[in-house]
Design a protein around this ligand. Sequence first.
Ligand SMILES: [Zn+2]
Length: 298
Amino acid sequence: MNNIKRILISGGTHGNELTGVQLIRKWKAQPELCEAKAKGIELSTLIANPPAVLAVRRYIDQDLNRSFSLNSLNDTNPSMSVEAHRAKQLNALYGPKGENTQTDLILDIHNTESNMGISLILSEANAFTQRASAEIASEFSGVFIYFQPEERSQSPYLGTLARADVCIEVGPQSHGTLQAGLFEKTEQVVYRFLELAQEWNEGVLQNKPKKKLSVYTHYKDIDYPRDKNNNISAMIHPDLQGQDYVLLEQGSPLFRTFYGEDVLYTEAKTLCPIFINEAAYYEKKIAMTLTSKSIEEW
Ligand SMILES: [Zn+2]
């Protein structure tokens, strides 16, 4: 990756995820807090979905963070939803998505109700985001790297408007609420990314020794068990609640039915669940995401 000239920091992509909303408000009031960390880099801050923030809802009509595939951005349907319209607007302001984009890096701040600490979500192999994320994971406790490979042009995420992106997923925090400890830790992680971007431009970061670390790579999403009416028929098992990033072995409990029966994990492959019981994913039919853990040098 070449020099990082322009960075966008965004929050409120989901209107009820308040860590990013409040950090962006803080940085809009005091832009020097970020500017001091990344000299020579043009920084922008963005509340991505203001109507959803006002309503303290994830979205108004459709999930904004599923609205940035090239197909969606090129859709000319005149009866556009609030978010489809907003996605096109953001694409014009910070894109256009693709190799001619104006933005080198997007840091998009999210919250999850799952016990995922600070999860740095990378959607493709990128020299800067991998190197910087590895440094941060080694410097901070409770920082995890989740690798979710996506074909970039069809990826629906806001971050893909830029050449490179990191989705900073912070939890556990109930949607519509704030926790000071998570707010302050997220703030420090963003400052560190900015410092590392400056180190990258100076040629320093590339020459630091690589770090050995755990990488959690997307394997598959799993839905709740369902009855014949397609209603969920079980809940996350009490022993699994909060156990994000903990290895699941054959026979581990996954779900508890409303009648007290346990549903067990039956696969031979050892995987780590994340996004366990995320509130926003009930509608997406995701009870948890399974990842495979590997030790890598980044
Ligand atoms: Zn989110």
